[in-house]
Design a protein. Structure first.
Length: 364
């Protein structure tokens, strides 16, 4: 069984010898006489515990632990302060910085061993809990994904006109939002957790169509004015469906993102969209993103009443509506990644071609 690793950071050799005598039989030890030397060791070794002297030249223990706790790589490593200081104020300052415990000098061997043992055991327990929580989160996310795909599939199975639309828009949405989250101007609005939820909920953007009557939903010709008014209700219905679900699932943030996309993805930048006529940045960003990819897929897809537009023409048409239908800044970014979008379109068209080929072969 591999020994647990301890890094001892102290500028006094005598303290190293004392600590080594107490711990060397049980643990693998690394010794540093300064914070700088300790960070050099940390580049090569990840200890299970750090014993850190408080008073050291150049960089003291308080400064070093502040750096450690800011690092995603090292912040979870428990740190025990080594100190001759017994004032309560000093102890409180250490705990405020994130230390796990104190060991006072001169060391009492049995106390040092027990405090070290306890902190390593506690850190292991916390890691096991985190692993269990992560496993449970993955289970819940898988359940949501299954629910989303099932719900979206149910909608798409009723819609004989726009086959594949939910899958296509989800693909374009994923590509577009991941591009945006890398840009400084969108970093605050698109944190990783929100982007993850948005991508998982994107297939639900047309979920309200489940309540639209077949005569309208499955019509293969252009809709009349009256029929279009009925079709427009899918945004409200979709938002209401997800709002209802939101009150009954643990991950409310997932439902909140899904609701915004479902309700607002047909709103327009100038306020002429539906269902609420909101405009500009009052339209949630995730819905503004969806509105572009939703129209792009509609333009580049074959319908009974129209042939598909080329990628180039679709991008041109979206650009023409920049500042009226679409957020002009988002349109610029969509144009920037249009080659990647076209690659997705080419893959989709090839898949359709392959499907048609196999259907023909099957008929033969």
């Amino acid at each position: 069984m591999n020994k647990k690793i301890i890094l001892i950071v102290d500028d006094v050799q005598f303290n190293h010898r004392t600590a080594n005598m107490v711990l060397q039989d049980t643990y693998e030890l690394y010794n540093a006489l300064s914070a700088e030397e300790a960070f050099n060791i940390l580049e090569k070794v990840r200890p299970d515990l750090i014993l850190l002297d408080v008073v050291m030249p150049v960089m003291d223990g308080y400064e070093m632990i502040k750096i450690l706790k800011k690092s995603s790589q090292f912040k979870s490593i428990p740190v025990i302060f080594l100190t001759a200081e017994t004032k309560a104020e000093s102890e409180v300052e250490g705990f405020n910085c994130g230390i796990a415990d104190y060991i006072t000098k001169p060391f009492t061997p049995i106390v040092m061993k027990k405090r070290v043992e306890n902190q390593i055991a506690l850190a292991e327990y916390e890691r096991s809990l985190e692993a269990k929580v992560e496993e449970k989160v993955e289970e819940i996310e898988s359940m949501y994904d299954l629910m989303t795909v099932s719900f979206a599939g149910l909608v798409e199975s009723r819609d004989g006109v726009t086959g594949g639309h939910l899958k296509n828009t989800s693909l374009y949405f994923n590509l577009f939002i991941h591009h945006l989250m890398q840009l400084p101007e969108y970093a605050d609005e698109l944190p990783e957790n929100l982007v993850k939820r948005a991508c998982r909920s994107a297939p639900l953007h047309d979920v309200g169509k489940i309540a639209i009557e077949d005569a309208v939903l499955r019509k293969e010709a252009s809709l009349s004015k009256e029929e279009f008014e009925k079709m427009k209700m899918h945004s409200i219905i979709g938002g209401d469906i997800i709002a209802f679900i939101k009150e009954r699932i643990p991950d409310r943030e997932f439902a909140e993102v899904a609701e915004k996309i479902a309700r607002y993805h047909h709103e327009k930048w100038n306020g002429s969209g539906y269902p609420d006529g909101v405009k500009g940045e009052d339209i949630p960003l995730v819905a503004r993103i969806m509105s572009i990819v939703d129209v792009y897929d509609a333009l580049t897809s074959k319908r009974p009443y129209k042939e598909p537009f080329s990628h180039e023409r679709a991008v041109e048409m979206i650009t023409e509506k920049s500042g009226t239908d679409f957020d002009p800044d988002l349109v610029k970014e969509f144009v920037r990644i249009q080659d990647k979008v076209k690659n997705c379109l080419d893959v989709k068209e090839q898949m359709i071609t392959d499907q048609q080929y196999f259907m023909v072969q099957k008929e033969k």
